[in-house]
Design a protein around this ligand. Structure first.
Ligand code: HEM
Length: 135
């Protein structure tokens, strides 16, 4: 049985949003240096992110990475970067998609962003297991 897509975007729309977004990231004074420290092969990065979004939006089994781990391991990605990232992402969505699709995808991105950002706050970073008191 084929599951219906969670959000009815096309693959072409995903590719276009990803390309436009990372082009904007490379020109953003706050975000560009963070990515430059990690990403040298942009086509490969965009291809991977395209698979991540196809997985999340169209329920294709196209991505099985661990974004939480990757962002923690990067070392220079901090919670305060997320509002900047999300604002830029929302701008690209609004430019590229009809309002209802932009709104649905944006809501999902903000949910994912909250989870990732929470995992980067100092008390959660590094995946430490909390010590539970026995008393
Ligand atoms: C909702 C927000 C975000 C989503 C959905 C997202 C998603 C992803 C995904 C799927 C990857 C690839 C992980 C892998 O290698 O398997 C990635 C990599 C990366 N992300 Fe994000 N990200 C978000 C926010 C951010 C923010 C705020 C920053 C910092 C400004 C950031 C910086 C990076 C960098 C530098 C990499 C490359 C790491 C590397 O290749 O070593 N991301 N992101």
């Amino acid at each position: 049985m084929t599951m219906p897509p969670r959000i009815a975007v096309t693959e072409a729309q995903i590719d276009r949003v990803v390309a436009r977004f990372y082009s904007a990231v490379r020109q953003n004074p706050n975000l560009a240096p963070i990515f430059a420290a990690h990403v040298t092969d942009w086509p490969a990065h965009e291809e991977k992110i395209g698979r991540f979004w196809r997985n999340a939006l169209l329920l294709q089994r196209s991505y099985d990475g661990n974004p939480m781990h990757v962002h923690q391991a990067a070392g220079n990605v901090h919670p305060e970067h997320f509002p900047i990232w999300l604002e830029l992402f929302d701008r690209v969505l609004a430019e590229e998609l009809p309002a209802d699709l932009a709104q649905s995808w944006s809501a999902l991105a903000h949910r994912v962003g909250r989870g990732l950002s929470y995992g980067l706050t100092p008390k959660n970073a590094g995946g430490a297991i909390p010590r539970l008191s026995l008393h």
